[in-house]
Design a protein around this ligand. Structure first.
Ligand SMILES: NC(=O)c1ccc[n+]([C@@H]2O[C@H](COP(=O)([O-])OP(=O)(O)OC[C@H]3O[C@@H](n4cnc5c(N)ncnc54)[C@H](O)[C@@H]3O)[C@@H](O)[C@H]2O)c1
Ligand SMILES: [Fe+2]
Length: 384
């Protein structure tokens, strides 16, 4: 069977990547809309970018009202500034939220209408050029054909998916992630791990997505705890930035599956950060799928070195699940109760969450697609 493999047009990576990207950035346009959030301004990350833009004589406008739940309204605000101020390309700097907002703005600039019109629909017209500068490691959105935006009318986290959402230039400089606090490092790191594991166990996986997924998983098991406990370790931060990029490339060429399908409704309805809700779900979902994917999971155990000679296939498969549980425990991943959610309110919404998760299409990418009842019982098990 043949497969198409996609990556960003250009990736500039490593310490000093922003500086190295100057010549390429000059070719993308003359006036940028910078899409970001307030903390990127406070942390001086936007200044590092605007210093470079000033140096290469690119003018810019800044839209910084994105928060951790990007919505269709933020996309509309960004479009307004882009048009009114005569911008001709876009730069997103921040975590996945500003980067997804930037990509959604570009989608609507190129194709017209409302961002909510593009769920499950192709983008037929070209987009303005886009640059993604991630400051978390992370979502991998700098290398994905996806953008996740909450529809404020339906309270659903919409998944926009189209090759045109792949960024033209990804600038992956670990320097931007050094200020991420431990809780953000842990949640976003597990998001990247979830991307890579889901890409590997998805029914859409193929040889190239496997290559990137395995590399990302190894890197995350070796470096996430260090980045979490010693945030100023540039080596560990760089390894995690690379892993996030690799994981993004792997899942966008394969797919995410059950965890992401179930995670988005928790984010949309209860505002649990994306990485954290993935982390809460990851081990429960892996336990659920283990009997259907023993061969794939036991391979992963061998790859990351938790397989021991003489283990049966099923024990080898369980070994990677146990290693994932230990990693999450060492990162102090909270439960729903610890995060402050009310059990009764959560249970009232389980039916809607299971329906929305199935409708997103992601659970259907699991090798044995789960039923709505399966999802309901996994949601309930988060309180065990
Ligand atoms: N498009 C995709 O392929 C894709 C994949 C996975 C997740 N997502 C989406 O990405 C979003 C989550 O992104 P995220 O997890 O990166 O978080 P985020 O962008 O929401 O940021 C979380 C918090 O961390 C702060 N932060 C970010 N970088 C920092 C840094 N270097 N130093 C200090 N603080 C920093 C932000 O200001 C914010 O307060 C969700 O909406 C999720 O659905 C998209
Ligand atoms: Fe994710």
């Amino acid at each position: 069977m043949a497969h198409m493999f996609v990556t960003p047009n250009y990736i500039c990576m490593g310490e000093g990547a922003l500086g190295l990207s100057k010549d390429h950035m000059k070719k993308l346009g003359s006036k940028a809309l910078i899409v970001t959030d307030a903390s990127m301004i406070k942390l001086n990350n936007v200044k590092k970018l605007t210093d470079v833009l000033n140096e290469i004589e690119i003018s810019y406008e800044i839209y910084s009202d994105v928060n951790c739940e990007p919505t269709n309204l933020m996309v509309e605000d960004g479009i307004k500034i882009y048009k009114e101020k005569g911008c001709d390309f876009l730069i997103g700097i921040g975590g996945g939220s500003p980067l997804d907002t930037m990509k959604a703005i570009a989608a609507v600039i190129g194709n017209g209408g409302d961002v909510c019109d593009y769920v499950g629909k192709p983008l037929t017209e070209p987009l303005p050029k886009t640059v993604s500068i991630p400051t978390t490691a992370g979502t991998g959105t700098e290398a994905s054909r996806a953008s996740v935006i909450t529809n404020t009318r339906t309270n659903v986290k919409m998944l926009l998916h189209d090759p045109k959402l792949m960024t033209d230039l990804a600038i992956v400089d670990p320097v931007f992630t050094l200020t991420a606090p431990p809780s953000v490092t842990a949640a976003t790191g597990i998001d990247a791990l979830t991307h890579a594991i889901e890409a590997y166990i998805s029914k859409k996986a193929f040889i190239m997505s496997d290559t990137y997924a395995i590399s990302a998983i190894k890197r995350i098991f070796s470096n996430l705890y260090e980045a979490y406990t010693n945030g100023s370790n540039v080596y560990a931060r760089n390894q995690m930035a690379v892993a996030s990029l690799e994981a993004g490339i792997s899942f966008t060429n394969s797919s995410v599956t059950l965890v992401h399908g179930m995670s988005r409704p928790i984010g949309a309805l209860f505002h649990v950060p994306h990485g954290l809700s993935n982390a809460m779900l990851l081990c429960k979902c892996l336990e659920f799928v283990t009997p259907c994917i023993v061969d794939r999971l036991s391979n992963l155990s061998k790859e990351i070195g938790v397989y021991q000679v003489g283990m049966s296939d099923i024990d080898a498969a369980k070994a990677i699940v146990d290693a994932t549980k230990s990693l999450c425990k060492s990162l102090n991943i909270q439960t729903l109760a610890e995060y402050g959610l009310n059990k009764e309110e959560f249970f009232e919404k389980i039916d809607k969450m299971a329906t929305d998760a199935i409708a997103s299409g992601s659970p259907g990418n699991t090798r044995v697609p789960p039923t709505k009842e399966d999802l309901i019982s996994i949601y309930k098990s988060l309180w065990d």
